[in-house]
Design a protein around this ligand. Structure first.
Ligand code: F6R
Length: 629
């Protein structure tokens, strides 16, 4: 999604803005630009494509431009209008310049009015129109701050903007009205703006997450925050971020995604420690937090999410139903929101979103809350928008995830759902204390088992590499792989869906995830020697049946990659490739095997993407947080 940076102070603005925008690249974008205030005028540098193109535009006059100490920058993810230089932000309208993140829903109406008053927009964007509104308002004598407030009253939609005017040199005004906006005081004097906290970390660890409806007015000497509607000053506490710069660097890995896959054992430990009361004697005791009361009252759960988070929800359903015996339905937020679902009394709606900013998920939660239905969130980002639209949030502690493809945040969400299932099983007395204690001991061991599997010389890692190398590098065009089927049953089914999604998003391969038992109802017709079937067959309650499905795909000539236990001679001999999990199931409850299967499918996709030479951390057409519908 779009990224915003802004700065006013004593540092060189182009350096601050470019450094910040680079740290926002992970969100996904298709064009970028910067506006600097210099010698009483704005200088704009914009380009389609990568940020490097903008950097190049600076080169010939870098000495002069570096003197600028005030400016705004943007990375754009096209919504209204193609990803061209002309549509790239910042947009200048007369003496006003702005960057915008989100959508102006009534833009057609506004455009019609502006055209009828003789204005001629230069771009196809909704964003530029806001500049005309500010220009008109300042034309009638209003200050920049008052003009932004007046203009905001005319638009509908969730968005944030940062605006400057040549008439008020050295003033930067930012509004959060839905899409996140963060400000931080520069210890050297001045203020930073950003759409995300992490680009501010090199400059300050104390940041202020603006609230919905806040307007911040910054100069090199001051920062004031007022309520967008009333104009009255509001006080916002700053938050001290514990994320270190090291945490958001690649730490020697070639890609953030690989680093984040390897960080999963730590993400599991931190998430567990954040959720459960480890001092208590009972297993699965949730640390005292507001969400606990909501869970206790719930008679039924509805889990809503998108993409990878939806896969986490599908997995959570297995534990919640089989352990806690609570009815659970799982829905895609984009479907649920337009379907008029029937919600019975006693239902708790749980929105799962690693970013906490996904438009469809937030819309469902807002709608449910307006109907007085209790809502719980699960998110990795503290103070993200989901906290506004729910009664309580369980935060995962996976740390910042920079790779666009979700990996460690997925496992952290899955663990949170498992812990909730354990907690409810104890509350509902559906599992005995002995069963719960045994499961909890295994949960505590799980990160260590996973860490062993992720050691670079483990059998699991070696086989993943060998398998992908052979599938990708060997053979001529005639034997090239045309597509992948990921299949599994029970707990492995959501992981099959996740494996197919990962491969599509970063390696651009055609891939499908299937419940193994469904294959014979149609898709098996597609199988031939050019197809790869990745069969998830750990030694669990479904292994026998999955084994039969494995034989079916083998008989159709597909290349078979099996994933299961190292000692499973029977299945491994049927497969072209066999990837062993780092533990035998009798040493870990089979319900926890998805935590080991997920990194395998992530790594298969990662390795394939690297060999195909795609942009692993910033795959085409994708964004880290999808703040539009
Ligand atoms: C896939 C991926 C997406 C997200 C989806 C929801 O790797 O990252 O499918 O899972 O856009 O995002 P959140 O969890 O932020 O709501």
């Amino acid at each position: 999604m779009c990224g915003i940076m802004g700065y006013v102070g004593s540092r060189s603005a182009p350096q601050v803005l470019l450094e910040g925008l680079k740290r926002l690249e992970y969100r996904g974008y298709d064009s970028a630009g910067i506006a600097l205030f210099l010698d009483q005028h704005f200088v704009l540098k914009k380009s389609e494509g990568r940020l490097e193109n903008v950097e190049r535009l600076f080169q010939s006059e870098s000495k002069r431009l570096e003197k600028a100490t005030c400016g705004i920058g943007h990375t754009r993810w096209a919504t209204h209008g193609k990803p061209t230089t002309q549509n790239a932000h910042p947009h200048q309208t007369g003496h006003v310049v702005l960057v915008h993140n989100g959508i102006i829903e009534n833009y057609l109406e506004i455009k019609r009015d502006l055209l009828s008053r003789g204005h001629r927009p230069n771009s196809e964007t909704d964003s530029e129109l806001f500049g005309f509104l500010v220009l008109e308002s300042m034309g009638s004598g209003k200050s920049l701050e008052a003009a932004v407030r007046e203009s905001f009253a005319k638009i509908r939609g969730q968005c944030s903007v940062v605006v400057m005017s040549e008439r008020e040199p050295g003033v930067v005004v930012g509004v959060r009205n839905g899409s996140p906006l963060v400000v931080a005081r520069d210890p050297q004097g001045g203020v930073f703006f950003a759409s995300d906290a992490q680009p501010l970390l090199p400059f300050s660890q104390d940041v202020i997450f603006l609230d919905h409806g806040d307007l911040a007015i910054a100069t090199d000497q001051s920062l004031r925050i007022v309520d967008l509607q009333s104009g009255e000053v509001v006080h916002r506490e700053s938050s001290h971020l514990e994320w270190s710069l090291e945490q958001i660097d690649k730490a020697g890995f070639p890609h953030y995604m690989l680093k984040e896959i390897h960080e999963q054992p730590g993400a599991l430990i931190d998430t567990l420690n954040g959720l459960v009361d480890r001092d208590g004697f009972e297993p699965f005791t949730l640390a005292d937090q507001p969400g606990v009361a909501l869970l206790r009252q719930a008679k039924e759960l509805v889990l809503v999410a998108c993409g990878t988070s939806w896969h986490a929800a599908l997995l959570g359903k297995y534990w919640l139903e089989s352990w806690a015996k609570i009815p659970v339905s799982v829905d895609l937020a984009s479907e649920f929101r337009y379907r008029n679902p029937v919600i019975r009394p006693g239902t708790l709606v749980v929105g799962i979103s690693q970013s906490g900013e996904t438009a469809d998920t937030l819309a469902v939660l807002r709608d449910m809350r307006s109907r007085n239905i209790p809502c719980l969130g699960i998110s990795n980002v503290r103070r993200s928008s989901i906290s506004r639209d729910t009664d309580a949030v369980f935060y995962t502690s996976a740390g910042p995830e920079i790779g666009v493809a979700a990996t460690k945040t997925f496992l952290a969400q899955v663990l949170t759902l498992l812990v909730i299932a354990g907690f409810l099983s104890r509350e509902h007395k559906t599992l005995s204390s002995a069963e719960l204690s045994r499961l909890f001991e295994d949960v505590i061991r799980l990160p260590h088992v996973l860490a062993e599997g992720l050691e670079h010389d483990s059998e699991m890692m070696k086989k993943i590499e060998e398998t992908v190398n052979q599938l990708t590098l060997n053979g001529d065009a005639a034997s090239a792989v045309k597509g992948f089927f990921f299949m599994g049953r029970g707990y492995s089914f959501p992981i099959a869906l996740e494996g197919a999604l990962k491969l599509k998003e970063i390696a651009y391969d055609h891939a499908e995830g299937y419940a193994a038992g469904e294959l014979k109802h149609g898709p098996i017709a597609m199988l031939d020697a050019a197809m790869v079937a990745v069969v998830l067959a750990p030694r669990d309650a479904w292994r026998e049946k999955t084994g039969s499905n494995l034989e079916e795909v083998k008989a159709r000539g597909a290349k078979v990659v099996g994933v299961g236990e190292s000692a499973d001679d029977q299945l491994s001999h049927l497969c072209d490739f066999w990837i062993p999990l780092p533990v035998e199931s009798r040493k870990l409850d089979p319900a926890l095997l998805p935590f080991l299967l997920a990194p395998v499918v992530q790594l298969l996709s990662y390795r394939r993407a690297v060999l195909k030479g795609t942009d692993v951390d910033k795959p085409r057409n994708l964004a880290k947080s999808v703040t539009v519908e």
